[in-house]
Design a binder for this molecule. Structure first.
Ligand SMILES: NC(=O)c1ccc[n+]([C@@H]2O[C@H](COP(=O)([O-])OP(=O)(O)OC[C@H]3O[C@@H](n4cnc5c(N)ncnc54)[C@H](OP(=O)(O)O)[C@@H]3O)[C@@H](O)[C@H]2O)c1
Length: 301
């Protein structure tokens, strides 16, 4: 008997050293040959998304069958004073990737943020709700969405939020470090959102990409923006309590308001995203944020 000769797709993963990118290296592996790219060393290719020649060279040389872009300018507060570079990476680069992939119909999965919204709703945001970013980072990410969609590429944009995980710079790891160092911590309680485990987001990405590669969906119909976060909602204060609860440390947590913790970039007060569309389109159900947190903590402890 002869085995079927199906070509293994080349999956280009940009931003393979970020917190989501690191998880994607693992979750994309069963779908094909993962070719990694990053601005740092330690990946197959070096790319600087702020440099258009570097981006087009990457696509030319890797000849991918699909692209996942997990790279971004993510320093939310710094972006307030570094608008030009944030725009190049978050807005220009996705538009350019779209333009480079459009003619071949190669699918691209890209990430955006809850920060595209103003946070003045009281019900979870749906994909077509009006946007209104409060800070430069959110504005550049929104522009990136627009440019990628306008390019006409087969793009799926996953808007996510409050990412944490075993690697990178995130709230969970910061809290765990500070619980050990401090007797008392003041945490914002008037910002509400949905903690999202980087591993879970990477798994969802792979499920979506699998459907795009298998070709059982009409790509023209399914391309667009989707919300993907942990299900449910909480505040930073209650998120910190849930992390602390698992540790048995003696740190006292005090709830404060955003005005007591001023930061250069304004954040939305209510940033809960409605995950219904990804379920209806791709059959992907998002687990409750507490369930994912437990699984992540089990791995860390
Ligand atoms: N983190 C969150 O809570 C959150 C929330 C909503 C949406 N998102 C979105 O989710 C996606 C993944 O975020 P993440 O948390 O995994 O981000 P991350 O950990 O900051 O990773 C982003 C990666 O992009 C790389 N990068 C930065 N500038 C680059 C450039 N000019 N060229 C190439 N690579 C560059 C970074 O490298 P260096 O580290 O060397 O700079 C880093 O490895 C992003 O699109 C982000 O906007 C994140």
């Amino acid at each position: 008997m002869t085995a079927p000769t199906t070509k293994s797709p080349r999956l280009l993963l940009i931003g393979a050293n970020g917190q989501v990118g690191w998880e994607l290296r693992r979750t994309l592996a069963p779908l094909g040959r993962v070719v990694t790219a990053s601005i740092e060393d330690g990946t197959d290719y070096r790319v600087d998304l702020a440099d258009s020649e570097s981006v087009s060279r990457l696509i030319r040389e890797t000849r991918p069958d699909a692209v996942v872009n997990a790279a971004a300018y993510t320093a939310v507060d710094k972006a307030e004073t570094e608008k030009v570079i944030a725009e190049r990476i978050n807005a220009d680069a996705p538009g350019m990737l779209g333009a480079l992939l459009k003619d071949s119909g190669i699918p691209i999965i890209h990430y955006s943020t809850d920060f595209v919204f103003a946070g003045d709703q009281s019900l979870p945001y749906r994909e077509d709700d009006p946007t209104g970013p409060l800070n430069v980072y959110g504005a550049t990410k929104l522009e990136g969405e627009r440019r990628l969609l306008a390019s006409g590429a087969n793009a799926v944009i996953l808007r996510t939020a409050w990412i944490y995980g075993a690697r990178g710079s995130n709230f969970l790891l910061t809290m765990r470090r500070m619980f050990a160092e401090r007797d008392e911590l003041r945490i914002v309680r008037d910002q509400v959102g949905s903690p999202t485990w980087s591993r879970m987001l990477a798994e969802v990405t792979s499920l979506v990409l699998h459907r795009l590669l298998v070709g059982d969906l009409d790509v023209e119909r399914v391309k667009g923006v989707y919300h993907v976060t942990g299900a449910g909602q909480t505040s930073w204060y209650d998120f910190a309590c849930a992390i602390l609860g698992s540790r048995g440390e003696q740190c006292r947590l005090l709830p404060i308001t955003s005005s007591e913790y001023p930061a250069p970039a304004k954040r939305p007060a209510y940033a809960v995203l409605d995950n219904t569309k990804i379920w209806e389109t791709f059959g992907v159900q998002l687990p409750d944020w507490r369930q994912s947190l437990r699984l992540c903590l089990e791995e860390l402890d």
